[in-house]
Design a protein around this ligand. Structure first.
Ligand code: ATR
Length: 300
């Protein structure tokens, strides 16, 4: 691509950010769509988040992605925030608006779109969620928003799982009360310690989402639950980790006869949705598949 005076700049801010896959996603999207854009990575120290957001706007950057550890830290410096991002408490995409940036979260819509691609629907399903960090909390909200019948959160520290359960239950109850005054309290989310999986009814199988960093490179030989009997309860296993492409969690799912998926397509779709927000274009499935294979090449 010919970079010239009209070329618009995009990028991701994080710390560390050097191993990010986002430039592969966005530069390939720009090349294929013919958009005059270039996307790069910006290493931003924690104390410089405010200056980075203001500076990006002042330099007329078309938009930004935000990654760990700045996804919550950018929020005070935004002009506007999308309601979903506000509820999740994490912003990964900045889009220019009058006088500043508007913050969005495309991670959860990205996960949802990846699951749809893989033929997995949340509606009416019981789901097991492993973990209770920031990512798991966002996933629990996404599951509640998309009609999950029950959500079983398993976490090493029970109190964190309980906190998310309370939060999501009261969010859902609040919504239900808005719809039908005098409605009963909703009990959608249940919290357990990791060993609590034995008490999850075994008369059905569950979509299971692995939302911790356990199993990520370089500590690839571990999973939050190692007992093969747990995986008898898994209908389909979704790992948010994508490096390695097949995690220990995924292997354990497969050994129990369940389909399993890594987080690479979620990463791709959060990027595609961000790109659509910046450019107003709609990215085709064919182009998305093309970019997916470039991401696989980049991982080799
Ligand atoms: P993030 O915001 O990316 O989700 P986090 O808030 O640090 O990151 O959460 C990490 C999650 O991985 C938590 O659920 C954590 O369990 P605790 O809440 O008990 O800390 C989980 N986790 C991390 N290392 C773990 C391990 N070795 N075994 C089990 N769970 C682990």
């Amino acid at each position: 691509m010919d970079i010239n005076g009209h070329t618009r700049v995009l990028g991701v801010m994080g710390n560390p950010v050097e191993h990010t896959m986002s430039p592969v996603i966005h530069n390939n999207l720009a090349a294929a769509t013919g958009d005059d854009l270039v996307y790069t990575a910006f290493h931003v120290e924690n104390e410089n988040v405010r200056d980075a957001v203001r500076g990006a706007f002042a330099l007329n950057l078309l938009g930004m992605n935000v990654t760990v550890p700045h996804k919550s830290a950018v929020i005070p410096f935004l002009k506007e925030i999308d309601p979903l991002a506000e509820r999740i408490g994490a912003v990964n995409t900045l889009v220019r608006c009058e006088g500043g940036f508007k913050g969005y979260n495309t991670d959860m819509p990205g996960l949802l779109r990846a699951m749809k691609y893989d033929g997995i629907s949340i509606e009416g399903e019981e789901v097991i969620l492993l973990g209770a960090g920031g990512v798991a909390r966002a996933v629990a909200m996404m599951l509640a928003d998309n009609g999950a019948a029950k959500i079983h959160i398993l976490n090493r520290s029970l109190d964190k799982a309980e906190r998310i359960a309370e939060e999501v239950n009261s969010y859902v109850t609040g919504n239900a009360a808005k719809k039908a005054e005098g409605s009963e309290e909703t009990h959608l989310v249940y919290a357990y310690e990791l060993s609590g999986y034995a008490s999850i009814p075994a008369d059905k199988k569950y979509i299971t989402i692995q939302a911790t960093s356990v199993g990520m490179h370089p500590n690839t030989d571990c999973a939050v639950i190692e007992d093969p009997s747990f995986y008898e309860k898994v209908k389909a296993g979704y790992d948010i980790v994508f490096n390695p492409l097949e995690t220990k969690f995924m292997k354990l799912c497969k050994n129990a006869g369940a389909d399993s998926y890594n987080g690479l397509r979620m990463l791709l779709y959060q990027g595609v949705i961000a790109y659509e927000l910046w450019t107003g274009k709609s990215i085709s499935n064919d182009l998305t598949d093309e970019v997916y294979s470039k991401m696989l090449d980049a991982m080799r």
